[in-house]
Design a protein around this ligand. Structure first.
Ligand SMILES: [Zn+2]
Ligand SMILES: [Zn+2]
Length: 215
């Protein structure tokens, strides 16, 4: 399975799905069950993007299982990871899996410093092994100016990254989407499913999808 160029707002494609390879998803969120429910919901494309750390030891088993289940499936299936953005601008993902697999980079901890946050974000946007910026939103209380959002958008476009419209967290915020859209940022959809019924579920971000499709 190769990394795919992604640029779609197709509701039949879900680019952010977890599995039982983390310790906090529903116990029935197995790779095979995800594929079956995606098929039953009429999805055409899904990406498995399990939480990863540099120390994760389950990766070969996870990738093997996806590959085995994908063979018997008519779905277009991407194998990948969701990696945490670190304060130094790196991502918490083993280097040997970054190039070949689909990689979402997301903030999962509070930095408490806007400049450190923006610098880390821009570093990740420039990272050629990162495909997507996941559930992007400023930290609570962090005021990011319109010109700072525009400058982030320029980096995203220049480095051909995709910004995910995330239905679990309803992110990015609407004003960010509008500024990004005006700058030509590309979007796709991710449910961030940790349960079977969330796979391919985007009803609660219809307003964000409309905004991203506007102009
Ligand atoms: Zn996340
Ligand atoms: Zn996630």
């Amino acid at each position: 399975m190769q990394k795919a160029a992604v640029n779609t707002m197709d509701k039949l494609a879900d680019y952010h799905i977890h599995s039982t390879y983390n310790d906090h998803s529903d116990p029935d969120l197995t790779i095979n069950n995800v594929i079956q429910i995606a098929k039953s919901k009429g999805l055409k494309k899904i990406a498995f993007t399990e939480h990863v750390r540099k120390s994760s030891d389950w990766i070969p088993k996870y990738l093997d299982e996806i590959q085995r289940c994908a063979i018997a499936s008519s779905l277009d299936i991407l194998s990948g990871f969701e990696a945490k953005i670190l304060q130094n601008g790196d991502i918490d993902c083993p280097s040997e899996y970054r190039t070949e697999y689909f990689v979402i980079a997301s903030f999962h901890s509070v930095f408490g410093n806007k400049q450190v946050w923006i610098n880390a974000l821009k570093s990740v946007i420039r990272d050629p092994t990162v495909d997507v910026i996941g559930h992007l939103a400023p930290e609570p209380g962090m005021k990011v100016s319109e010109s700072e959002i525009r400058s982030i958008a320029e980096e995203i476009v220049q480095n051909r990254k995709v910004v995910e419209l995330n239905s679990k967290y309803r992110r990015p915020p609407l004003d960010w989407i509008l500024t990004f859209k005006a700058k030509g940022v590309r979007f796709h959809l991710g449910s961030d499913a940790h349960s079977l019924n969330s796979v391919g579920s985007f009803e609660n971000i219809n307003d964000l999808i409309v905004a991203a499709n506007s102009l």
